[in-house]
Design a protein around this ligand. Sequence first.
Ligand code: GLA
Ligand code: ZN
Length: 675
Amino acid sequence: MEHTFKQMLYGGDYNPEQWPEEVWAEDMRIFKKANINSVTINVFSWVRLQPSEEEYCFEELDKIIDMLSEENYDIVLATSTASLPAWMVKRYPDVTRTDFEGRKYKFGGRHNFCPNSPTYQKYSVKMAEKLAQRYGSNPNICCWHICNEYHGECYCDNCEKAFRVWAREKYKTIEKLNEAWNMDFWGHSLQDWDEIVVPNALSEHFEPRYTFFSGISIDYKRFNSEGLMKNYMDERDAVRMHVPNALITTNLMGTYKPLDYFKWAKEMDIVSWDNYPSYDTPVSHVAMSHDLMRGLKSGKSFMLMEQTPSQQNWQPYNSLKRPGKMRAQSYQAIAHGADTIQFFQLRRSRGACEKFHGAVIEHVGHEDTRVFRETAELGKELDMLGDRLIDSTIEAKVGILFDWENWWALEYTSGPHEDLAYLPQVQAYYDALYKKHIPVDMVGLDDDFERYDLLIAPVLYMTKEGLDKKLEKFVQGGGHFVTTFMSGIVDENDNVILGGYPGKLRNLLGIWVEEMDALLPENYNTLYPVSSELLEKESYKCNMLCDIIHLEKAEAIAHYGEDFYKNTPVITKNEFGKGLAYYIGSNVEQSLIDEMLFNICLSKGISRLTNLPISVEITCRNKNGSKYYFIINHSSESVDIKNEFEGYTDLLNNQVTQAKETLGPYGVKILVEEC
Ligand code: GLA
Ligand code: ZN
């Protein structure tokens, strides 16, 4: 369904049930002062709503919802099923998880229900249904928030049984399963479905990261992601049954490895996510995460469901966000497609592990604080923006392919190099464009590739059925494609595609890779370009993995400078139909990626949003023919900007932009170009 909020939601997680009622009235007063217009409630209230198996009591939640409705808040109603009631664990032990080491959980913590527990399935859905029946007609409820931050894995007997059923449905015959998991290796062939055991420390794994049989381990990841997603869908369907027009979401966690969010997003009406950068998280990683969350639904705007107004409690060093930083981070989310700014949390809890987690209302209890003032100022601005940016879109001509299954498979590999990780590779290619202010979409394998002029697929290790043809069609039609070492190697079961690397991409890339050399962490090779068309320096460094490449139809753009494969190709270019396919055969230094991608963009006529320096971030959202340029200074220093946007009006202060301006520390501009 289409989503549209009537205004930017501004608010966040609110837990009045943790406070005496006299505090609630004070909350209402303080929230209003901050222009907070939305609250997320009922995230962890299961045991209050269902204090025993037979008993449901909604009086307190009725009161809370009545109060919020009277005050006309947009309510994000959670279903409360992320924390198990103690009675449930006591009576039904199947409801908790068994971990990777085989240890059975007791009561405690949260987010630790077994996805295949019949008890959890029954009672979580029942709760969602009761909430929907009771509150579904309340017009103040603008969004349903199922459970909370689904995550983790379970290895219990119920999961094992369910995994056998899942495998049987997928493979139909045990022979097919043996083939997919390559079970002739070490004589692991199975004769019967009930011989399948979950892959953990007691079976095929020697560490979470290392598996003897990646086929079963990847399938278990798929099974687990789908299992939790099924929990989500069951609750969602229960809500939907009583509230057909409900807008339903669950809060995701950005680049969270265990769950295949591209699959999840297909089941969500709107993507929402929780953004908790650490004090040292690069700004471009946050930008990429936002773009990934937007990409999950092919460009639809998303909700920033949680961020802290000041500090976290669960990182090693929970630095305060410096004055202005929370605002800049909030606009960064909007700049990349967020239609809401929500905090965890509105009032800071007294005890337990989050008492040192920042909140809009701090322990002092009043609003005369820096954090409150900053929250209130931002609230005022967002109120002023109204619905202007809601559902606006971002136009990108460059796409970066991102695939969770590829991530799982790549990082399960035993060899050739243990430092190879998916995210840093993707980030390196993202950064090259980010620094040049070239908008990027994070693209799923099911998305339409033809929307792009340039597609980049860093370490596309797993090439699933049909992907090679889809990429060939894209390049054939004139697209440019860039991929790297460790691409095209395996099929969806992590079995090598025989006949020479890069497997099914060989035709498109016009090369054959004979060997892959792994360099020690302290060692480098060099490479030197054949011409200065794409690479401007005389030589560059590369490390980690070095492919030894034979040209078939492709030509070399750069050669190795050292070792026994000196003077052989390391970067290649292949003309394919109307387009070009590039292969980067080693872990090359960042400046090479920067130059090469930028020059490819130039050659394709893909333009930068601006020539402003890299010290500011810039994006553009479009709506009804108007363009909204976000310019954000993420640093604590002022930045002089020679302004290409002279004459545009800044929505945040209504002033017309001058030819030369200074953007203060954490400063933000939203410049509008009217149609
Ligand atoms: C997560 C959870 C919240 C809270 C925050 C703290 O995002 O969803 O309930 O624990 O972390 O940062
Ligand atoms: Zn389980």
